[in-house]
Design a protein around this ligand. Structure first.
Ligand code: HEC
Ligand code: HEC
Length: 367
C-alpha cells in the first residue's frame, strides 16, 4: 500500500513557547541556586516557572486540541507499553500516554517546587508575597523539601528526555524538532490547529514587562540591592565606641552571652583596651542584649545563633560555624586583597554590612 505523509501542525505556538521557556527557567533556577549572590535571579526564575505552570494549567482547558488535558491519553498507558517494542506499536499524534503522564507529573512537581520555594523565601529570607508568614524553622525545613523535590523533578525530566529520544527513534521522527516547529508528519486525516499568535504575543510581552520591572534596579542604581532587610535599631554610642577600629558590628550577629563576655573582657579586646567606663558599658551592653541574635528576626541572626552551641560564647562572628560555612569557598587570594585585609571587614563584600542585615544578592567579591 502506498501512503503519502504530510505535515500537520500539532503543537500551537503558546504550547511551544511555554515548553521552551519552562526549560529555560528550570535551567536558570538550577544555575542560580547554591550561591547567595544570585538569589534574586533564582527567585526571578522561580516566579517565571510558576507563572508558566499556571499558564499551562489554563491552556490545558482553553488551548487548542492537542494541548487540552481532555485529549491526553494517560489511560491508554497499559496498551501502549505492551505493544511498544512490537510491530503493533501505537502512534499518537498528540501526547502519547507516557508523554501525557510526563506533563501531569512535571506540572504537579513543578507546582510543589515553586510553592515550597515561595514558602522558603517567605520563612527563611522574609521576602516575597509570603514574607514572615511562617517561622524560620519551618522555612528552613521547607527549604530541604524544595531542594529534594527539585532533584526528584530533575530525575523525572531525565526520564522524559529518554522517552522523547526513544519514541523519536522507534517512530523515526524527530520529536524535539516538532516541539520547535509544531509539526508532525502523518498519513491519517487530522485537524490542523490554529496558531494562537495573540496568546503568544501576550506570553512574550508579559515576560519582557516582568523582567524589566524585576531587574530595572540594576540599571537605575549603582549599588542596587534587590532584597532590603528590616531597619534594625541603631545606637549612636555603640557606633562611636566601635567604629573607630572596625565596622560597628550589629549586635544581632552574636547572642547576648557573647556580648556580655565582650564587655567583661573589654580591657583585653583582641589585644586592645577599649577603656570603657562602667556607665558606658551599661548602656552599650543593654543595647547589645536587647538586639542580640536571639532577639532579632533576620536570617543571619537566626542562623548564627542556631549554629553556636549553647555552652559557647564566641567573641568572633568569623568563628561561628554558619559564617565559616558560608565563606569557606572564598579563595585565600581574596582575603589578602588590601581592600579586604581581614575577615571581619564585612563591608568589603556586603553592601548592607552597616545595616546588619546581610541579605542575599547584596554581597560581591572584590576583583
Ligand atoms: C581600639 C580598637 C577597637 C575598638 C574601639 C573596638 N574593637 Fe573590636 N576589634 C578590634 C580588633 C583589633 C579586633 C580583631 C580584628 C582581627 O584581627 O580580626 C576586633 C574584633 C572584634 C570582633 C570580632 C570580629 C570577627 O572577626 O568576627 C567583634 C565582634 C568586635 N571586635 C566587637 C567590637 C565592639 C562591639 C566594639 C565597640 C563596643 C569594638 N569591637 C570596638 C579592635 C577594636
Ligand atoms: C571577601 C568578601 C566577604 C567578606 C569580607 C565577608 N563576606 Fe559574607 N559573604 C561573602 C560572599 C561571597 C557570600 C555568599 C556565599 C555563598 O553563598 O556562596 C557571603 C555570605 C554571607 C552570609 C550569608 C547570607 C545569606 O543570606 O545566606 C552572611 C550572613 C555573611 N556573609 C555575613 C558576613 C559577615 C557578618 C561578615 C563580616 C564579619 C562577612 N560576611 C564578611 C563575602 C564576604
Amino acid at each position: 500500500m502506498c501512503t503519502t505523509k504530510h505535515s500537520v501542525r500539532i503543537w500551537d505556538l503558546p504550547t511551544r513557547v511555554f515548553h521552551w521557556l519552562l526549560v529555560a527557567s528550570f535551567i536558570l533556577s538550577w544555575l542560580s541556586q547554591g550561591d547567595d549572590r544570585y538569589l534574586d535571579i533564582h527567585v526571578f526564575a522561580g516566579y517565571l516557572f510558576l507563572a508558566l505552570l499556571i499558564f499551562r494549567l489554563i491552556w490545558g482547558f482553553v488551548g487548542s486540541n492537542y494541548a487540552k488535558f481532555c485529549n491526553f491519553t494517560c489511560l491508554q498507558i497499559g496498551g501502549y507499553l505492551k505493544t511498544l517494542f512490537t510491530s503493533q506499536r501505537q502512534h499518537f499524534l498528540g501526547h502519547n500516554p507516557a508523554g501525557s503522564w510526563a506533563v501531569f507529573i512535571i506540572l504537579g512537581l513543578g507546582l510543589i517546587v515553586a510553592l515550597t520555594g515561595l514558602l522558603t523565601l517567605g520563612g527563611e529570607e522574609r521576602h516575597g508575597p509570603l514574607a514572615g508568614m511562617i517561622s524560620f524553622e519551618l522555612g528552613d525545613s521547607l527549604h530541604w523539601w524544595h531542594d529534594s523535590i527539585a532533584w526528584f523533578m530533575l530525575g523525572i525530566i531525565g526520564i522524559h528526555i529518554l522517552g522523547v529520544l526513544g519514541e523519536s527513534w522507534l517512530h523515526n521522527e524527530n520529536l524535539i524538532k516538532s516541539m520547535f516547529t509544531g509539526l508532525k508528519s502523518t498519513t491519517t486525516q487530522s485537524i490542523d490547529i490554529p496558531k494562537h499568535s495573540l496568546t503568544t504575543i501576550f506570553l512574550i510581552s508579559s515576560l519582557i514587562v516582568g523582567m524589566a520591572s524585576y531587574f530595572n534596579g540594576y540599571l537605575l542604581e549603582a549599588n542596587y540591592r534587590p532584597f532590603i532587610g528590616p531597619e534594625l535599631p541603631t545606637n549612636p554610642a555603640w557606633q562611636a565606641a566601635c567604629e573607630e577600629c572596625h565596622l560597628a558590628y550589629h549586635p544581632s550577629l552574636l547572642p547576648a552571652r557573647s556580648w556580655q563576655r565582650t564587655f567583661a573582657e573589654q580591657a583585653e579586646h583582641f589585644e586592645e583596651d577599649l577603656y570603657l567606663e562602667p556607665d558606658d558599658i551599661a548602656e552599650l551592653q543593654t543595647f547589645a542584649i536587647n538586639n542580640a541574635a536571639e532577639n532579632t528576626l533576620t536570617e543571619v541572626a537566626w542562623k548564627n545563633n542556631r549554629s553556636i552551641p549553647p555552652e559557647q560564647s564566641p567573641l568572633r562572628i568569623t568563628e561561628v560555624d554558619y559564617w565559616v560555612t558560608k565563606h569557606q569557598d572564598i579563595a585565600s587570594a581574596i582575603w589578602q586583597l588590601p581592600e579586604v585585609n581581614f575577615k571581619g571587614n564585612c563591608k568589603a563584600c556586603h553592601l548592607d554590612a552597616e545595616q546588619g542585615t546581610f541579605e542575599d544578592s547584596a554581597m560581591y567579591l572584590p576583583e
